[in-house]
Design a protein around this ligand. Structure first.
Ligand code: GTP
Ligand code: MG
Length: 135
């Protein structure tokens, strides 16, 4: 069964919407197979977002994602990568459709509440980074 890495970013934790994000994942029929609340160190954050190293917002993104605890989850189900990206909505919450997580909760392109792997290849890499002991 396909797996994806989902993060409830520090803004989502600060705003007390962990429960709603998890509810939406479960309502969709996806299964949470690992879950942890943790604060990322800078090195893990840089590795997680390595594809964005050269972007102008990279240092700001690393500062944001390490700014407090986040919830990391491995989510499993049929086409889980695409299924969660669809629940999350577009990267920019102003463009994200109402009814999606970002569309319902955000206004800020950086503090956009959730992360979901963008391919099964990224999912494999990110799951190994966050949950190295997961079978
Ligand atoms: P993730 O699931 O978090 O990877 O989001 P995404 O795949 O929808 O977007 P992308 O991988 O392109 O960007 C990663 C993250 O960088 C986004 O989720 C935002 O938090 C942040 N980000 C993207 N674009 C911008 C931008 O233009 N400015 C700033 N400050 N942050 C951005
Ligand atoms: Mg991405």
């Amino acid at each position: 069964m396909e797996r994806t890495l989902v993060l409830i970013k520090p803004d989502g934790v600060r705003r007390n919407i962990i429960g709603d994000v998890i509810s939406r994942i479960e309502r969709k029929g996806l299964k949470i197979v690992a879950l942890e609340l943790r604060t990322l160190d800078e090195e893990t954050a840089r590795t997680h977002y390595e594809e964005h190293t050269d972007k102008p917002f990279f240092s700001s993104l690393v500062e944001f994602i390490t700014s407090g605890p986040l919830v990391a989850m491995v989510v499993e189900g049929n086409r889980a990568v695409e299924a969660f990206r669809s629940l999350a909505g577009a990267t920019d919450p102003i463009i994200a459709a109402p009814g999606t997580i970002r569309g319902d909760y955000g206004l800020d392109v950086q503090a956009n509440i959730v992360h979901g792997s963008d391919s099964t290849y990224s999912a494999d890499r990110e799951i190994k980074l966050f949950f190295p002991n997961l079978a």
